[in-house]
Design a protein around this ligand. Sequence first.
Ligand SMILES: NC(=O)c1ccc[n+]([C@@H]2O[C@H](COP(=O)([O-])OP(=O)(O)OC[C@H]3O[C@@H](n4cnc5c(N)ncnc54)[C@H](O)[C@@H]3O)[C@@H](O)[C@H]2O)c1
Length: 296
Amino acid sequence: MKNVAVIGAGTMGNGIAHTFALNGFKVQLIDINDAALKKGLETISRNLDRMVAKETISEAQKATTLTNISTFTNLTEGVEYASLVVEAATENTNLKLNIFKQLDDACPEDTILATNTSSISITQIASVTSRPDKVIGMHFMNPVPLMPLVEVIKGYNTSNETTETILELAKNIGKHPVAVTDYPGFIANRILMPMINEAIEALYQGVAGVQEIDTVMKLGMAHPMGPLQLADFIGLDVCLSILNVMFEGFKNPKYAPCPLLVNMVNAGKLGIKSGEGFYDYSKNKKAEAISKQFLK
Ligand SMILES: NC(=O)c1ccc[n+]([C@@H]2O[C@H](COP(=O)([O-])OP(=O)(O)OC[C@H]3O[C@@H](n4cnc5c(N)ncnc54)[C@H](O)[C@@H]3O)[C@@H](O)[C@H]2O)c1
């Protein structure tokens, strides 16, 4: 495998492109939004600078990594020579089904089609293609260049050969893959999202403020980041969408998203990416709890 196409240049897509390109792959980074591609490349360059400053990589490696990445706004052109596509577009079922239909038509017939979805059924995504045996989940963690885990999700029809190829590939790019089967939220989000949702519920009920809730989990449970800060980091829209997928998929009220989370997403408070979530990132990126306004 030499050519990897990455669909979506947002939070995850740019990190996935960074990781493959740093490990010697030619990466075609594709986004419908030109500004997102520009921002994605800037983020990659900034993150590579940090690695150079820490002496994890050399200036020459940074330069090679950047030349390994080319950008496209047209999906068909970008995937023409790809042996693997990793889709990391917005978490929306219809959008992903549409992308996978296009990928199935545009890619060579032996191309493996992977999705970085946090929660949507791999089996459902695979069902719109003519190659369900070659469709798989490759769920990277945020920030991709730093986090070692990749959940490799085997859909109902994913072949063992595809699974083995992706497990091996993940190791080759320095990641630690864990194979799981295809049920809503897989493992990572099935455990993480109820915790985040419960933290929001505690805030909503006025049990404690933002800082207090995060402090309990940081100092009491040795979490590097509190659940509300982590939600801001992931994106509140992404959290809501994952909870909805689990709520609908299991038909179990324990996954029902807290009304405060729904309200915040409707109000455009999406966390770091919108400048405000549970914390305010507008002033010098300094996090400020704005808990009072949320308390009932
Ligand atoms: N944010 C996280 O912490 C995280 C962690 C693991 C997995 N994920 C998953 O990764 C995926 C991407 O999430 P994100 O946080 O990077 O989202 P994001 O909103 O930061 O980026 C999504 C990008 O997809 C692009 N896009 C939308 N439709 C497209 C299309 N048809 N073709 C090409 N590009 C398109 C958008 O322009 C945008 O740049 C989602 O499936 C999400 O669930 C997110």
